[in-house]
Write a protein that binds this ligand. Structure first.
Ligand code: PDD
Length: 288
């Protein structure tokens, strides 16, 4: 089932206008929620970010958050997804193509659907390889905009280079990954780019930094150059679908000894403790 505005329709009957501004201009915003045990994980943080994105691009929400939440809960119940994601986007509606906002009263278009997706535990155990590339995105990466061309092109470069993902940098300063935040461990402390206009303020990022502080691991939200990344003791990425995934190779060179590091493992354990009922777990089989 697909949610369009306030209607639940079968996939084959889902229709969006060819004039939808999300389609023509990428004029809209989105969220991706994680579903564990049939419930939205950290949903308040996602709704808060949605409200902020909407405000920043002057997009009226189609309904109050309470109503939106009720629709997404119904979608989950209808589909029966237990472990997966909910994708949700809101565009500035359908109107004859012109760059300026459409006439007042043009209703925004809401679309949401659920997908079954198991936690990628094998990848979280083993770690991923990344390449580094210049960050060519716009200067409001804090807005979760539908416009993802910069991320799409970067991720495709990673695929073509045989890597799993890409770490972006602006003039040699590490920002984030194509669809995840990037963190390193340096001298026992976690270092990550400040939550400003150059990165997405990840929900998982916030959870990880909170867990780190609870574990007594120092956290430094500061800019760091590529050279620091290459010399890191550990590196990992954080995101809704990847959770905490170790980065074990960067531009073909191993991170430290090329294995996921101890602080990354501690954070993974702490994260897993937040979702006690899930069936898929990293725990067993992970080298410690
Ligand atoms: N991406 N940075 C970017 C550029 C992202 O697109 C994402 C999420 C993140 C991580 O944010 P969070 O922890 O809130 O998922 C960081 C989503 C999942 C996507 O586009 O599919």
């Amino acid at each position: 089932m697909i949610l369009i505005d306030d209607r639940f329709v079968p996939e084959t009957e889902a229709r969006i206008s060819y004039l939808d501004r999300g389609y023509c201009f990428g004029d809209g915003i989105y969220e991706v929620f994680r579903v564990y045990n049939g419930r939205l994980f950290e949903k308040e943080a996602h709704y808060e970010r949605l409200v902020r994105s909407a405000r920043e691009v002057k997009l009226p929400l189609p309904c109050p958050i309470g109503e939106l939440d009720a629709r997404l809960s119904k979608l989950l119940a209808l589909t029966g997804v237990q472990e997966g994601t909910v994708y949700m986007q809101i565009s500035r509606g359908a109107a004859p193509r012109a760059h300026a906002f459409p006439p007042v009263g043009t209703p925004p278009v809401l679309l949401a659907y659920c997908t079954e997706l198991k936690r990628p535990v094998e990848t979280m155990r083993r770690g991923v390889s990344v390449i580094t590339r210049p960050d060519i995105r716009w200067l409001r990466c804090d807005i979760k905009s539908l416009n993802l061309l910069g991320s799409v092109l970067a991720k495709q470069e990673a695929v073509e280079a045989g890597a799993d993902d890409v770490i972006l940098h602006r003039d040699g300063i590490v920002t984030e990954c194509s669809a995840a935040n990037a963190m390193i461990v340096q001298g026992g402390a976690i270092v990550t780019h400040p939550a400003d206009h150059l990165i997405l303020h990840g929900v998982t990022r916030a959870v990880v930094l909170r867990l780190a502080r609870e574990l007594g691991i120092p956290v430094r939200e500061e800019r760091f150059p590529l050279e620091t990344l290459m010399a890191a003791d550990e590196a990992f990425l954080t995101g809704t679908t990847f959770e905490i995934t170790p980065i074990v190779r960067i531009d073909g060179r191993p991170v430290a000894d090329g294995n996921p590091g101890p602080i990354t493992r501690r954070l993974q354990d702490a994260f897993e403790a937040l979702i006690p009922q899930v069936e898929t777990r990293i725990g067993e089989g992970a080298p410690r």
